[in-house]
Design a protein around this ligand. Structure first.
Ligand code: NAD
Length: 496
């Protein structure tokens, strides 16, 4: 059976002492294995990145950007291959995989602007014959640790910008869908990236802990679940590293009584059930203001959820594929059971769904809960599955209080025709990314992505201006050249 190895110093490296199965979630069949890197292999990847750093740091930003232009073209030329691999290991439908890839390419396009973005600031004559400027220098070796749900896009939130800024990179992608990042590594080499600038190690906690504690690694970008994000932030910062750790989410959509309900229902279908709910920006709670709003939403949503086309992501016309693993399927079903036990009303039950010809696939049909309350587990926890919870409140203030009280603060949105309400909501809500009649307010590549509260540990988000700050360090230089006739006197007061 094929074993996906590592990519170190421009070469594929096998290290198969420990391996893990990689499934096709639509069939439940093991298609290959992935190597789990030992400490020594991760150390080798860090050494390769460290050795490549001096030359890459001194490569003019324009030449670094040219590699990114080539890489973008290669991603586009290989897009069908990439999305097939992605769907085969993740399960999401091909169109969704294509959307993910495009979003990743947009970050590469942003990184192509590095020469302009790194220009710095200059001030002439800050004192007599003294000039001063600030420049943005790369950090050195930086690492990225990424989740299963966006195996193409989330790594591309990180390494294109890190590399364009002059850093060298070690990526530790998810061990559950490793083939797409591996192909991406090969494309980077084809694009002309010097060996060692980008390295990839597959692995689990052993690989991650090596990255977190090795003093040669200057910074860590992490995206994944909140408990691990918190661990990464605490361990990485206590080892002297700069860390950004993006965590889990529970994203609420508020439906006001004046909302265009047909539009809101269409928007919620995609936002709650797209990618089987395995998106950190998925809407998992619909908060209806007023009982009539709740009744109208359930009436319109129920038949749509029942009609969802669920099956293999590679089959055209399917809207939703399987979840990632059998363990995820069981965990989600367990949470649905807890919702029923705690008194929520399961309006659509997808637990028994069978997909003909795919009896061993990790499928769950769309589920819809009504009359959910805040103390229920299905409300408190991130389900990360195709389950939408409807909560009914009386006022917009109550809806906002509910959202503000939740531990997560990744994304939210409001559906309304009332500009004043929308403006108040977006101004005051304690969430990092807000949509107004936009269900998935995922910022474009030239803005930054990041939640609040326990959805982000650290100060800076992904891509956009935050990423430039994260992957560089400011240095401010103050300079005077002796000019004829000007003599320095002795001065003991603070320069002013
Ligand atoms: P995960 O936390 O299980 O894994 C993420 C990464 O951490 C993987 O590379 C994994 O190998 C590693 N890891 C797992 N357990 C570890 C441990 N004990 N010690 C060290 N490393 C460990 O997350 P996942 O299941 O792959 O992804 C889904 C989660 O990611 C969801 O919670 C989702 O909300 C979140 N997510 C967040 C964002 C965001 O931008 N905030 C984006 C995508 C996904």
């Amino acid at each position: 059976m094929d074993v996906v190895g590592h990519f170190i110093n421009g070469k594929t490296v096998a290290d198969s002492d420990r391996t893990q199965d990689v499934f096709n979630p639509a069939t439940g069949v093991v298609q290959r294995q992935v190597a789990l890197a030992s400490k020594a292999t991760v150390s080798q990847a860090i050494a390769s990145a460290e050795a490549a750093f001096p030359a890459w740091r001194n490569t003019p930003p324009l030449k670094r950007a040219r590699v990114m232009f080539n890489f973008k073209q290669l991603l586009e030329q290989n897009s069908e291959r990439l999305i097939q691999l992605l769907t085969n290991e993740h399960g999401k439908v091909l169109d969704d995989a294509r959307g993910e890839l495009i979003r990743g390419i947009e970050v590469v396009e942003f990184a192509c602007g590095a020469p302009q973005l790194l220009k710095g600031e200059h001030s002439k004559n800050v004192g007599p014959a003294i000039d001063s400027w600030s420049e943005y220098q790369p950090l050195g070796v930086v690492a990225g640790i990424t989740p299963f749900n966006f195996p193409a896009m989330v790594p591309m939130w990180m390494f294109p910008i890190a590399i364009a800024c002059g850093n060298t990179f070690v990526l530790k992608p998810s061990e559950r869908d490793p083939s797409t990042p591996m192909l991406v590594a090969e494309l980077l080499k084809q694009a002309g990236l010097p060996d060692g600038v980008f390295n990839l190690v597959n692995g689990d906690k052993e690989a991650v802990d090596t990255l977190l504690t090795d003093s040669r690694v200057q910074a860590i970008s992490f995206v994944g679940s909140t408990p691990i994000a918190e661990y990464i932030y605490a361990t990485g910062t206590s080892n002297g590293k700069r860390v950004q750790a993006l965590g889990g989410a529970k994203n609420h959509a508020v439906l006001m009584p004046d909302a265009d309900m047909d539009n809101a229902v269409n928007a919620l279908m995609g936002a709650a059930y797209g990618s089987c709910g395995e998106r950190c920006m998925a809407i998992s709670v619909a908060v209806c203001v007023g009982n009539e709003t709740g009744d109208s939403l359930i009436e319109k949503l129920k038949p749509q959820v029942e009609k969802l086309k669920v099956g293999n992501g590679t089959t055209a016309g399917n809207e939703m594929g399987p979840v990632i693993t059998q363990a995820a399927q069981e965990r989600i079903k367990g949470l649905i059971d807890s919702g029923i036990e705690q008194g929520a009303e399961l309006v659509v039950d997808g637990r028994q769904l069978q997909v003909a010809g795919h009896e061993n696939g990790f499928f769950i049909g769309g589920c819809l809960f009504d009359k959910v309350t805040h103390e229920m587990k299905i409300y408190q926890e991130e389900i990360f599955g195709p389950v939408l919870c409807v909560i009914r409140v009386d006022t917009m203030q109550q809806a906002m209080q509910l959202i503000d009280d939740h531990e997560f603060g990744n994304g939210t949105c409001i559906f309304t025709r009332d500009g004043e309400a929308a403006r108040y909501f977006s101004d005051h809500i304690k969430v990092g990314m807000v949509g107004v009649n936009v269900p998935l307010p995922v910022p474009v590549a030239y803005h930054s992505f990041g939640g609040w509260k326990r959805s982000l540990f650290g100060d800076l988000g992904a891509h956009g201006p935050d990423a430039l700050r994260f992957y560089t360090r400011r240095k401010t230089i103050t300079q005077r050249w002796p000019s004829s006739g000007v003599r320095e006197g002795r001065q003991f007061s603070f320069p002013s």
